[in-house]
Design a binder for this molecule. Structure first.
Ligand SMILES: *[C@@H]1O[C@H](CO)[C@@H](O)[C@H](O)[C@H]1NC(C)=O
Ligand SMILES: *[C@@H]1O[C@H](CO)[C@@H](O)[C@H](O)[C@H]1NC(C)=O
Length: 447
């Protein structure tokens, strides 16, 4: 039996090499933090191909049955360490299908997973309890194209393969007001733990692109998410009532918020009471006619412990947008935004208490949200038409709003910060912030 070098006594050279690697890793960590460890892309001992289940990648054959069979097989054979379902190069038309635990969906280079445009056969699912109804229309909602519920250890990855939602048909139904139910998300995981999504392209989602809801330990990394700027509600990534979620190193250009952190809405979100917390958004570049990085407006279960760092937002409506409304209840607190570059945005920073609609008329006027401890620092913007607005709610002022080293350029001479019902402090903010912040320096802000 050959002696493996690992079993012998390590040589000095090997030790030095190992130390050098460790040192390099430590330096790399200091230079570029990542949260790849939150839910790593595991190697699976078993790989099967969609062609093993009769899949045909000709762009015309409907492969729904092949995907469902493949997932059924993975779910029931329960191979130790899980199974990878490989989708080779080709165009694979399919209807919505569910994933299962301990599986990897791998899209090879040149693979395009294309959603059927047949809304008539699209499955329906119950509304989310924290929304009480479909997000757009009362009653049930269309299942997401790629769906998962109650799963553990799920990876969706590839070698730049594509998931194409063919959303146009849905956007047109929305435009023509002929939708029967709330449109499908492209990828939704509910009640799941250990989700890793990386290295693929998502395009033309009918509705939101990636929606982890009631999940924990979620990583979304190295993604490209694309939809036309005029496509309705095509949010990029919406962590919703989920904890320990890390989004990084991604490019998002869609028709609605690039990233929006949520937790249900109004009386339904308050009753369900499941917050989003421990959310990191790092090295995301993006463009949206609405917000680059948003929190809300659905935040009724509460949103806390959010870190946004090293992001670039361009050609957008709002750079950073924290939004809520009377009736939402809940809280948004302990939010740090550190290091954001903006160019050509209409409104740099907006924190607002009057945004978003309601599921029905049963929300309580007394359900006032709180917004507290929001630190925004090291923001540099050019071509910013309006620096921003910080407008809290009467009888529920936003507190601990701390801006430091926020420099925004490009506004017209008469553009100024608009503030009301807000307390906090500002240091090194250009243009000069409103009196509400300037005069309450020291109030619970430590830079
Ligand atoms: C997919 O999962 C949903 C529950 O999330 C279930 O209602 C539906 O029957 C599943 N579909 C298939 C084809 O297994
Ligand atoms: C605030 O959130 C950060 C994560 O962004 C977390 O590390 C920290 O412990 C939180 N602080 C408090 C006081 O909860």
């Amino acid at each position: 039996m050959a002696t493996s070098p690992r079993r012998g006594r390590p040589s000095v050279a090997a030790l030095v090499a190992a130390l050098a690697v460790l040192h390099a890793a430590a330096v790399a960590t200091a230079a570029a933090a990542t949260c790849a460890g939150v839910a790593p892309a595991k190697r699976r001992p078993e790989v099967v191909s969609i062609t093993d289940f009769g899949g045909v990648g000709d762009g015309r054959t409907l492969n729904t049955w092949a995907f469902r069979k493949a997932v059924y097989r993975i779910q029931h054979q329960r191979r130790r360490g899980g199974t990878t379902l490989r989708v080779p190069a080709g165009t694979w038309l399919t209807g919505s299908f569910n994933l299962t635990s301990h599986m990897t969906l791998f899209l090879a280079r040149g693979a395009v997973l294309k959603a059927t445009r047949d809304a008539g056969t699209w499955p329906l699912v119950e509304p989310l309890p924290s929304y009480g109804r479909g997000r757009e229309l009362p009653g049930p909602r269309y299942a997401s194209f790629i769906h998962g519920n109650g799963l553990r250890d799920v990876v969706i990855t590839g070698d730049k393969g594509v998931i194409d939602g063919q959303g146009e048909v849905w956007w047109n139904m929305w435009r023509q007001k002929t939708l029967q139910h709330t449109r499908p998300n492209l990828v939704e995981l509910m009640h799941s733990t250990g989700i890793h999504i990386s290295n693929i392209v998502l395009k033309n989602s009918p509705f939101w692109n990636i929606h982890p809801v009631y999940c924990q330990d979620v990583v979304v990394t190295n993604m490209m998410i694309l939809a036309p700027h005029d496509s309705p509600n095509t949010d990029g990534i919406d962590p919703d009532s989920s904890s320990n979620v890390c989004i990084e190193d991604s490019y998002i250009s869609t028709g609605d918020d690039a990233v929006a952190i949520k937790s249900g809405w109004d009386e339904y979100g308050i009753a369900y009471g499941r917050p989003s917390s421990g959310i990191t958004v790092r090295r995301v570049r993006g463009s949206s006619p609405f917000s680059g990085i948003a929190i809300g407006s659905e935040a009724s279960g509460g949103v806390s412990d959010v870190l946004v760092e090293d992001c670039s937002i361009f050609d957008s409506g709002y750079g950073i947008h924290i939004k809520t409304n009377v009736g939402r209840g809940g809280y948004i607190r302990n939010v740090t935004v550190d290091g954001v570059r903006m160019s050509r945005v209409r409104n740099g920073v907006r924190i607002a208490g009057d945004v978003g609609d309601h599921p029905d008329g049963r929300f309580s006027q007394r359900a006032l949200p709180t917004v507290d401890a929001v630190r925004i620092r090291n923001v540099w913007g050019v071509g910013v038409q309006q620096p921003g607005s910080l407008e809290g709610i009467r009888n529920s002022p936003f507190t601990g709003i701390c801006l430091s080293n926020v420099k925004l350029f490009g506004w017209r001479n008469d553009a100024a910060w608009r503030c009301r019902d807000v307390r906090g402090a500002a240091l090194g903010v250009q243009p000069w912030p409103c009196a509400e912040l300037a005069t309450s320096a020291g109030s619970s802000c430590s830079y």
